[in-house]
Design a protein around this ligand. Sequence first.
Ligand code: 9MR
Ligand code: ZN
Length: 548
Amino acid sequence: MKKLLFVLIVLGLWSCSPKQAAVGTDAVKLNSLGFLPENVKQATITATCTDFTVNEAATGKVVFEGKTGGAFSQEDTGEQAWIADFSGLTAPGNYYVEVPGVGRSVEFPIGDQVYQEAYVTAMRAFYLWRCGMEVDGEYQGNHFHQGACHLNDGYEDYLGSAGSRRDGTGGWHDAGDYGKYVVNAGVTVGILFMAWDYFRPQLEQISLGLPETAPGYPDYLKEMKWETEWLLKMQYPDGSGRVSHKLTRVQFAPFIMADQDTAKRYFTEWSSAATADFVAMMARAARVFQPYDAAYATRCLEAARVSYAFLKNNPEDKRFEQGDFKTGGYQTKDPDDRLWAAAEMWETTGEAEFLADFEKRAADAEFVIEENWDWGNQGNQGMFTYLLSKREGKNPAVQESLMKNCLAVAEELVAKAQADVYRRPLGGRYYWGCNGTIARQTVNLFVANQLQPDAKYVNTALDAVGHLFGRNTYNRSFVTGVGINPPMNPHDRRSGADSIAAPWPGYLVGGGHSATDWVDLQESYSHNEICINWQAPLVFALAWFTQP
Ligand code: 9MR
Ligand code: ZN
């Protein structure tokens, strides 16, 4: 009897839940955020089929009919798949894809605004990551809250001053852990500033509902200033220009809220990669903040100059040594970081010394633009800044080599996406944080499209977004709180420690280490953590496709 009651209750819940009613079969997979009217629109179906329709969600009326293409075999997942292409449907509205004998997709919109809400949620996620102040957010009926944390950041014991403390408060936590790391800030801040440079017309009009921490700044730049204020504190106060590699505890904190995490946190020793990334970030910050706050822009540029001069006089690659530390290492060689620093210094100042430095380093690096890049390779950022620069004085041969390589990489990404039934542009590669790489490939595609506009670059970037929001073997979104059946158990200390069942919203999780091993489990940090360097390119991609 008890069992029967339980079954009846479960069935009752099932049929009442509007979410369940909207979610269709697992076999019809598509971008659950929806589609822009003029771009490619596809679903991937992992069951034998020949025909499909697209139906209006409210009435069930058929508005598009087509034949599926296939079968295609997807080696990494071991699936047979068919593709339904309904690019011909351009009328804005809400729809679902129906595949006779198989089932139907989740409901999705076609329209100009389909990425706005996801953009705001993903960018606000940076605000919710803030360290050193109270943060608050309402989302889908939940109130997320964390008190001001880590107000004692940080101690200087590892800089030779046992027990002394100086101000290192602020910035964003790195990930599901509460550490703060300069190298990982590099790839994050660089991409977020780039998004501002190119998508400013739309971004400056979208409110993020942030507290007034930078009066007179647009919301997007308020968030950026929060991080750059902290970065300035990572530069050694001795005027040398060296920059601490990170500010963390010795060991990761347990699953407690950040404001309960009271163990000592330390400035660590410097590294040349962190110092070079600092130069690049501060030079870029100076450009971006100039129109809003000239004095602050000058301060950023002065700080960048001091660290650049230090690096010039100290050419050796000085790696960070973990020593006592068990928190994130982010150890990396520095030539790519130094190259990026030179590019940003030149773009900001126009001074010949920086241009010569960049062009020499680009030649040393054989003008290679990576298709697959992350915190360990900031070279792309330098190459992109140079490539897209409107400044005079570039060496045409350097420009030409870089452009050729950039377009060749974009062609590769297009080809890889086309060879994958889920249009995943990363070939068969899976590793810690690969979802972040997929998002980051939209930056490569964006630059290629700036150099030589081509719809296939734009469509491949949209495919990357579509993959992250549900067109994948799991038929699930990889972003908390957004899209179809999103992750519920990210490796995120706040989400695990607060009393709310839903995770903190808007965060991209890392993804599988093989095509089929991703798990939505809090313990599995290497599959399901969230992280600023994956989040930034997600924001970039969504910002690209938002409208003013
Ligand atoms: O994203 C990082 C990944 O590339 C590395 O393989 C991994 C191991 O060093 O570390 C990842 O970064 C983590 C960092 O060390 C600490 N904060 C959370 C990061 C994401 O998992
Ligand atoms: Zn904190």
